[in-house]
Write a protein that binds this ligand. Structure first.
Ligand SMILES: [Mn+2]
Length: 299
């Protein structure tokens, strides 16, 4: 499998830490964008995230280590979708993630729009049949279809719910959905932590711990950056007010690790890079490296 070279890979690390055979982590770039409903640009996200990652420090003070040199991180060459979309595009992502999982890599998938997440979730679910899904997002993405597409970014979780046990899905930060989605959540017993309920204190001061309690031992994370407050993350297609900040979000991962639970893989989607505004790209790159630090905290 071909990887990006030192100038273009994650953290811009030298070859011996970023060849596929030397790396425990593989980063998949899925620059897929087909069903934009508001602002566009997610197809540029993987390249911009990798570019910004060159400015992320290797050292993490919380873990007192330079994780990248301990585990190795390979960035695989981006998937070329050309004219392919819908199921065909998802199959391409699935094949690459499944192949890397077979090689025992920890896989991180970069979107693209949120519809891509169905593919890595399916591949991880086959390897980790007991896993839970932890879904950060402003939207629940449970519309059966949106703008005549079953594979819209607004329907991705509805597709996941067709093959994944819904009571094992936990959503955090939701603040924009239609009634059909709210009804579906109740009927299918999805654990949804609405932004307003968190802010109103409905889940107490340590809401992060409550979120973690709903999860099993193995956790797959799907992270839509529009979960964050638009003040810190304006670079996304459908920004919604009343979002979350960085540190309170990391506390979810801290509770997860404290509870002895394990992150088995993750994806980060919906970054739509903006001209002349670099901090959203850097924030996303830092988030990815930080989640890796949590995922490998015990190793
Ligand atoms: Mn969203």
């Amino acid at each position: 499998m071909k990887v990006l070279d030192t100038t273009k890979n994650f953290l811009a690390i030298e070859e011996k830490y970023s060849l596929i055979e030397n790396s425990q982590v593989a980063i998949v770039s899925a620059p897929y964008e087909h069903t934009v409903s508001y602002g566009g640009g997610t197809k540029y996200a993987p390249k911009e995230i990798l570019g910004a990652s060159a400015y992320v420090e290797f050292y993490d003070d919380e873990f007192d280590r330079e994780l990248c040199f301990d585990i190795g991180i390979a960035a695989v060459k981006p998937i070329k979708f050309e004219k392919k979309h819908g199921v065909e595009a998802l199959d391409m992502i699935y094949d690459q993630v499944a192949e890397l999982l077979k090689m025992d890599k920890f896989v991180v998938t970069l979107g693209g729009e949120h519809s891509i997440s169905t593919a890595p979730i399916k591949a991880h679910f086959e390897k980790y049949p007991n896993m839970s899904i932890l879904h950060f997002d402003a939207h629940s993405d449970l519309r059966d279809e949106y703008e005549n597409s079953k594979y819209s970014h607004a329907s991705f979780m509805a597709r996941v719910a067709e093959f994944f046990p819904t009571e094992r899905i936990t959503q955090v930060g939701i603040r924009a959905q239609c009634k059909e989605e709210a009804d579906f959540i109740k009927k299918k017993k999805i654990n949804t932590y609405y932004a307003s309920a968190i802010r109103r204190g409905k889940h107490g001061s340590n809401w992060q711990k409550k979120v973690v309690k709903t999860l099993g031992e193995e956790v797959y994370v799907t992270f839509d950056v529009d979960y964050f407050d638009p003040a810190m993350m304006p670079a996304t297609g459908t920004p919604e007010p009343d979002g979350f900040l960085y540190s309170e979000t990391l506390d979810v991962f801290r509770e997860l690790i404290a509870a002895g639970k394990k992150i088995v893989g993750f994806d980060v989607v919906e970054l739509a890079p903006m001209d002349n505004l670099s901090h959203p790209n850097l924030t996303t790159a830092r988030l990815i490296y930080k989640i890796l630090n949590f995922a490998f905290s015990g190793k």
